[in-house]
Design a protein around this ligand. Structure first.
Ligand SMILES: Cc1cc2nc3c(=O)[nH]c(=O)nc-3n(C[C@H](O)[C@H](O)[C@H](O)COP(=O)(O)O)c2cc1C
Length: 401
């Protein structure tokens, strides 16, 4: 008889009771929040970035925007929030308390010093002396901090990443992870720099730099703070493809454990990150939108999935999809799909497929008696018609040429 799977996950030298970690963000902005997260079932938490007391950090209001689907579901989330509002000593006491109450949960201290590496070293010493299990260097905050020469201003500069990592590692007694910004042409370069500096792991990604929108009446970029806006960080479901791509690129090039981050709101999202090389995942926006409790179904769903697949733990998923991720050149041009009306009863003859195909390049569909008819000679197998069908009436059949 095969043994039942477990959620116990290894991330480098750390053992997690499950791979789900609260990312450094509002859900980890206080000791009480982290406590509630641990009680709900999160395997670990990264404290909202602790900064040197000398750095002035004052948040603006409002600082969020959200893009929602027709049912109110979250598609993407923009923030211009800064770092922890608590002092270093608050977190020193808090880390002691949390590790005392939850010794088996992994507690990671995210830190950000100023432009002097000594301030990062000082923070690292203080949080590790308090008992955190690991340190995460926030060299990836996309807004506000780069203007002061830190955050993504460091993360976008691989030599700086290497130097800062080395400086912190030289005083660290716990693993040091470096959190990457996706706002760079090649994320592998700072990840390799972190490895060269002695990092124990990579966290990827921080939010994607963006401008949420502009109020076309008032000309105010959103979110508008007293009439003016600034670049922010985009997060939530919309950025998952970006996170998956960055994590897979790092996994292929850098031999360090990776925490996958970006747009994770379900166990399926997490499994995708693990399959592309992450060993654990962090979640922020989905918790802000739906609460700490989402981890219950994440744990239960992942366990069911492992059982179905006959796998022993999330460790068995790590990187399992990477061999299938190849160059474009290596894709088989003779393995193709052809669309067809799979569920005629669902089709109401709306003609969306006809318009999309005609104006999307191929003009290979006609409506006959309110049903799509496909011209196989003109069809290029792109699959657009299947995607635009609002009723899910079309499906692809695979064939070989
Ligand atoms: C409101 C907000 C505040 C955040 N604050 C921090 C922070 O202090 N430190 C940090 O490293 N990342 C911070 N992040 C980034 C998240 O940790 C995470 O990397 C990003 O949101 C992508 O994950 P998600 O799609 O699950 O939200 C913040 C994100 C949001 C939305």
């Amino acid at each position: 008889m095969t043994r039942s799977p477990v959620l116990t996950t290894t991330h480098g030298t750390l053992t997690l009771e499950n791979p789900f970690i609260l990312a450094s963000a509002p859900p980890t902005a206080s000791v009480e929040g982290i406590r509630r997260g641990f009680r709900a079932g999160w395997g670990g938490a990264v404290v909202k970035t602790i900064h040197a007391d000398s750095m002035e950090v004052r948040d603006v209001s409002p600082r969020f925007c959200a893009r929602k689907g027709p049912g109110g579901e979250l598609l993407g989330f923009e923030n211009i929030e800064l770092l922890s509002k608590k002092s270093v000593s608050y977190w020193e006491t808090g880390i002691v308390r949390l590790k005392d109450e939850y010794p088996d949960h992994i507690l990671i201290a995210s830190i950000m010093g100023d432009t002097d590496p000594a301030s990062w070293q000082d923070l690292a010493r203080r949080v590790q002396d308090a008992g955190c299990d690991a340190i995460e260097l926030n060299v990836s905050c996309p807004h506000g901090m780069p203007e002061a020469g830190v955050g993504a201003a460091i993360g976008q500069n691989p030599p700086l990443v290497e130097r800062l990592t080395r400086d912190v590692v030289s005083v660290a007694k716990v693993p040091v992870y470096v959190k990457m910004t996706p706002n760079i042409t090649d994320i592998v370069l700072p990840a390799k720099a972190a490895a060269a500096g002695g990092a124990a792991g990579i966290s990827a990604i921080n939010s994607v730099q963006g401008i949420f929108g502009v109020d076309i009446e008032s000309f105010e970029p959103q979110p508008s703070v007293g009439g003016r806006g600034t670049r922010g960080g985009y997060s939530g479901p919309a950025i998952k493809p970006i996170g998956l791509e960055r994590v897979s690129a790092i996994a292929k090039a850098v031999p360090l454990p990776i925490m996958g981050i970006g747009g994770i709101s379900s166990w399926q999202d997490a499994a995708e990150y693990l399959l592309l090389g992450a060993s654990a995942v962090q979640v922020c926006t989905a918790v802000m939108w739906n609460g700490y409790g989402i981890v219950k179904e994440m744990n239960a769903g992942l366990l069911r999935y492992l059982e179905q697949k006959g796998l022993a733990s999330p460790d068995d998923l790590r990187g399992a999809a990477l061999p299938n991720l190849v160059s474009h050149q290596a894709l088989d041009r003779n393995d193709r799909v052809r669309p067809g009306l799979d569920r005629p009863e669902a089709c109401d003859g709306c003609g969306r497929c006809v318009i999309a195909c005609r104006d999307g390049g191929y003009d290979a569909i006609r409506l006959r008696e309110k049903r799509p008819v496909f011209d196989d000679a003109a069809c290029d197998g792109c699959g657009l018609c299947i995607l635009v069908c609002p009723k899910g009436a079309l499906a692809a059949a695979r064939y070989w040429v």
